[in-house]
Write a protein that binds this ligand. Sequence first.
Ligand code: ZN
Length: 130
Amino acid sequence: MKIDHIGIAVKSIEKSKQFYEALGLEVSHIEVVEEQGVKTAFLKIGESNIELLEPLNESSPVFKFLEKRGGGIHHIAIEVKNIEKVLENLKEKGFKLINEKPVKGAHGKSVAFVHPKATGGVLLELCESK
Ligand code: ZN
């Protein structure tokens, strides 16, 4: 397992990426994920990534997050081998999940979110390695 990426909510990817590019990182992938209501940009950093998240519209969860907190770390994503099995195990142990079944995330990966109540206050994304 590894930290696949850290998701940061931003108002504008175009604007926010300028800082990370000035740091020396490069955008490796930009993708609209309709299912999650976001546009995402990935910047590779070591074996992980920074994922900038821009809301597509006002019903996007990221839009609500920006309204409430004005941006910042939105979630941490951990890569797992068998996401169905991990979800089953967490559910069985009574941990609160947002997605009990995997949904489609960026890069066409299977992802699922775990409720902050289960993790100590952090929104956690599980994503399956490819
Ligand atoms: Zn993510």
